[in-house]
Design a protein around this ligand. Structure first.
Ligand SMILES: [Zn+2]
Length: 362
């Protein structure tokens, strides 16, 4: 099979075609008969709670399959299922329930967003379930997950947080710093302990101040990959572009942080046991108006990033290549010979025309 168009590769956009044999890209060839379509690698979403009316947050297998299917149709060919802060029993049940989906390749793994988060910066996380990091809980979940636990968001200023981050690192689990009231120094201590991701930079963290740079500057100016919610609601497009430039495309990752309301009509929804009202695509907690998860999909995140002034090849790196690399996946995230044939064909306006996963049209 041959897919023609403007092929977006690391650092360049070239007219040409991608040659695919079975599930694999066998060649990327420059030629002149390319047309207007834009061909990008399948998106990799590190942070997603649901979509299309389905949620990852309850541990229900059919719901999880539905959410992954919804985002696949929007070009996300690799994703983590993100839970929100929950009782330990739910975390354990969800880990066991999603293991078959990870084995099948529907999910790349699990992300626990909490519950070891700051009460002061909990955003739409349910404060009832927040607690200090527990080595015993983490150890049990990592064992139960048999490699499927891929990322845990922790506030580094909590008692025991740096030990928990070191434990995660030891087991090859990404420690993400987020929902945090950390000072700059506390954020740096979390990074020094092994934190390599910043959970939705700016959102759910102490805002930067020139005399207290806090976690935002601590993360931007580090080795960590910074997640950015490119929905123009959680982040002003100017801040998105600024952060992307400051981190560089190799350390910035577009995420959706989507909830089940993504792709659904406005109305009442639920997130981690709290009521959420979606109006004009903006999801807010009913009790305090705090912005909850987004209604974003990765294709729209890419469009928003390009509209914010980020060059297309950089935005694609942020949507695919960088998140694949941070997950340690070497078979996806770019259009290169030998990689899995995960492709999104976009029209000239960056709208999805087709999605190919492992060489099969979705
Ligand atoms: Zn989230």
């Amino acid at each position: 099979m041959k897919i023609t168009g403007r092929i977006v590769r690391p650092g360049a956009v070239i007219p040409g075609h991608v040659e695919i044999d079975g599930p694999t890209i066998i060649d990327v060839v420059a030629d002149n008969a390319a047309g207007d379509d834009i061909v990008v690698p399948g998106f990799v979403d590190l942070h997603c709670h649901g979509g299309g009316g389905h949620t990852f947050t309850t541990g229900d297998l059919a719901q999880a399959r539905g959410a992954a299917g919804f985002h696949l149709r929007h070009g996300t060919t690799t994703m983590l299922a993100s839970l929100v802060s929950s009782p330990f029993e739910l975390m354990r049940d969800a880990t066991a329930a999603y293991l078959p989906l990870v084995r099948e390749g529907v999910l790349a793994g699990l992300h626990y967003e909490g519950p070891y988060l700051s009460g002061a910066r909990c955003g739409a996380q349910n404060p009832e379930f927040l607690r200090d990091p527990s080595m015993a809980e983490l150890t049990e979940l990592i064992e139960l997950g048999e490699g499927s636990v891929r990322m845990v968001t922790i506030a580094p200023e909590l008692p025991g947080a740096t030990k928990a981050i070191a434990l995660l690192r030891e087991h090859g689990v990404l420690a993400a710093i987020g929902h945090t009231d950390a000072t700059y120094e506390q954020a740096k201590a979390g990074i020094a302990a092994g934190g390599t991701v910043g959970t939705h930079l700016f959102n759910g963290m102490r805002p930067p101040h020139h005399r207290e740079p806090g976690p935002v500057v601590g993360l931007l100016d580090s080795v960590a990959v910074c997640e950015l919610i490119a929905d123009n609601i959680h982040l002003h497009p100017g801040m998105l572009a600024f952060a992307a430039r400051a981190a560089g495309p190799d350390r910035a990752a577009l995420i959706t942080d989507a909830m089940d309301a993504a792709g659904m009509p406005d109305g009442d929804y639920e997130l981690g046991g709290q009521q959420v009202v979606v109006a004009d695509r903006v999801a807010r907690l009913a009790r305090n108006g705090s912005i909850a998860g987004s209604t974003l999909t990765m294709d729209l995140a890419l469009r928003n990033a390009v509209e914010a002034g980020i060059p297309l090849q950089d935005a694609v790196a942020m949507a695919s290549t960088t998140p694949a690399r941070v997950l340690g996946l070497d078979d996806v995230g770019a259009l290169e010979a030998g990689l899995r044939a995960d492709l999104v064909v976009l029209d000239a306006g960056l709208r999805v025309k087709g999605v190919l996963r492992a060489g099969v049209w979705v």
